[in-house]
Ligand binder design. Structure first.
Ligand SMILES: Nc1ncnc2c1ncn2[C@@H]1O[C@H](COP(=O)(O)OS(=O)(=O)O)[C@@H](OP(=O)(O)O)[C@H]1O
Ligand SMILES: Nc1ncnc2c1ncn2[C@@H]1O[C@H](COP(=O)(O)OP(=O)(O)O)[C@@H](O)[C@H]1O
Length: 125
């Protein structure tokens, strides 16, 4: 049992199908490719080219683009430093789930702050 927020009864629920089994089914290993850069620097273009090329090679990928994610999951966030931090944290958590599912997750966000990039990278170690 662990304490999460105000709850003291949150248990980790194991999946009946393991990560290795998913990898075998998809014939690929899940991972995250995180593309950073200033607005207009070519992140989305690169993400789209990579996703198309992977698809051509029979590999399942999915793009988490900053512009798109801010239409839904992160529509409550703006561009203050703390909002950008939360944006990166949430996308990092979603990317981790995609990678665990076996997909090649391509995250394309400005990610301007080193501390946020480092915190995100630490989620995967
Ligand atoms: N300051 C400010 N004001 C208004 N709009 C802005 C601002 N900063 C970014 N943008 C736009 O938001 C798009 C997504 O940004 P990100 O989520 O990648 O930014 S961040 O990683 O949270 O810093 C981003 O997309 P890209 O241009 O593709 O980078 C911009 O269209
Ligand atoms: N390698 C490149 N050379 C020249 N122009 C590019 C290149 N990559 C992207 N662009 C152009 O730059 C603009 C911004 O690209 P975009 O991928 O939307 O950037 P971002 O996602 O970082 O905001 C688009 O008009 C795109 O066609």
């Amino acid at each position: 049992m662990s304490t999460m927020g105000n709850s003291t009864n949150i248990f980790w629920q194991e999946s009946p199908v393991g990560k290795l089994e998913r990898q075998k089914l998809l014939n690929q290993k899940g991972c995250v490719v995180w593309i950073t850069g200033l607005s207009g620097s070519g992140k989305s273009t690169l993400a789209c080219s990579l996703s198309r090329e992977l698809h051509t090679r029979g590999k399942l990928s999915y793009i988490l683009d900053g512009d798109n994610v801010r239409h839904g999951l992160n529509k409550d966030l703006g561009f203050k430093a703390e909002d950008r931090t939360e944006n990166i944290r949430r996308v990092g958590e979603v990317a981790k789930l995609f990678a665990d599912a076996g997909l090649i997750c391509i995250a394309s966000l400005i990610s301007p702050y080193r501390k946020d990039r480092d915190a995100c990278r630490a989620m995967f170690s």
